[in-house]
Design a protein around this ligand. Structure first.
Ligand SMILES: O=C(O)CCC(=O)C(=O)O
Ligand SMILES: [Fe+2]
Length: 345
């Protein structure tokens, strides 16, 4: 992996690409938008290179231990991959999430960034006993393992979920499927969202066939709803290298099988509105990594923009944390790493 600071700083010099109204409208109304040209290709190429160094090649023995989501949290923010960190905090991505939520970047917080491999396997090799197999997922919403509560009404979204694809659909298949919401009366989007494994006393089952068999037993009405309104209406997010799927905690969707022996690499991120403590971080807090001797996280903070720091939870200029004393103290910590404290004065 390359020198973190170099790539990180370079990414900030790229011009911002803004989402158009069509994408914003699609996310707010239908629950998702697929954008092909949001992030710079050179950075994505670098990220893919780092990911291929990290994860075993498909078909190897080592690959078989990597068949579940988020890969045991082995490739998460903050990472030794500078490209991964740079994509996580890329100004165009932050601006996109802020535009979707109709807030400023300063009001955005990062709660998830991880990169997971999905190894395609023939149907005969999928673990037919494993309810948690992710090869052919059941349709679900993501809120139950991101939120302590339930998403608010549709017009008050609190979070943007992101998948950045590092392959193409032609190469790997495995397109995420989504159910477009067609308005407040859409029968696929009843309230509250409980017709799914993992909610209430229904247990979590990832595998589609097992999940639907379980639903048919436990909640026949829910199973019928899913069969009638969800699966027949799923559409495929046919991604290209570098495409970004923007969706929500209340969007019905699922991961679909990847071509046998192909490896699909995808980075998953979540941005929330600030002050939503019930949308909890998916990983250890960023400061935990500040124990590392090479201080890569401190350097990242020192060199980040004010907006990027704020998205990570660093107090924004004007916050009541800042006094003459705290400014001097934080400067004492970070000035040796090149931090300019003037925005906080
Ligand atoms: O991998 C995908 O395409 C979607 C994965 C997903 O929805 C999930 O694991 O929650
Ligand atoms: Fe999901």
């Amino acid at each position: 992996m390359r020198n973190p600071s170099i790539v990180f700083v370079q990414s900030q010099q790229l011009s911002n690409t803004r989402l158009g109204q069509t994408h914003i409208h699609s996310w707010r109304e239908q629950g998702f938008a697929l954008v092909h040209d949001l992030l710079p290709k050179s950075l994505l190429v670098e990220l893919k290179h780092d990911a291929l160094e990290h994860y075993p090649a498909p078909g190897t023995e080592a690959a078989s231990s990597y068949n579940d989501f988020s890969s045991g949290q082995s490739f998460v923010f903050p990472s030794r991959s500078a490209a991964f960190n740079a994509i996580t905090l890329h100004p165009s991505l932050l601006q996109a999430a802020a535009d979707l939520l109709d807030i400023t970047v300063m009001e955005l917080r990062l709660t998830q960034s991880d990169l997971w491999p999905k190894y395609g396997k023939p149907d005969s090799q999928t673990n037919s006993d494993a309810e948690d197999d992710n090869n052919d997922q059941r349709i679900h919403c993501d809120y139950p393992n991101h939120s302590l509560v339930h998403p608010p009404q549709w017009d008050r979204p609190e979070a943007v979920e992101v998948i950045v694809y590092l392959n193409s659909y032609e190469e790997c298949e495995g397109a995420t499927a989504v159910v477009p919401r067609s308005g407040p009366e859409d029968p696929a989007y009843p309230w509250p969202i409980i017709q799914t494994p993992g909610v209430g006393d229904l247990k979590y089952i990832n595998d589609r066939r097992k999940a639907e068999a379980y639903m048919a037993e436990q909640d026949p009405q829910g199973a019928a709803f899913r069969a009638q309104h969800l699966y027949p209406r799923e559409v495929l997010a046919k991604y290209q290298f570098g495409s970004v799927l923007l969706y929500r905690h209340d969007t019905w969707h699922r991961g679909r099988p990847v071509t046998p022996d192909a490896l699909r690499l995808a980075q998953n991120l979540t941005f929330t509105k600030a002050g939503r403590e019930w949308l909890t971080p998916a990983h250890a807090g960023w400061s935990w990594s500040m124990y590392k001797p090479d201080k890569f996280m401190e350097k990242l903070i020192a060199r980040a923009t004010v907006e990027q720091r704020t998205v990570l939870g660093f107090p924004a200029p004007g916050h009541d944390y800042w006094t003459a004393y705290t400014i001097a103290a934080v400067e004492a910590r970070y000035a040796p790493l090149g931090m300019d404290m003037s925005p906080y004065r």
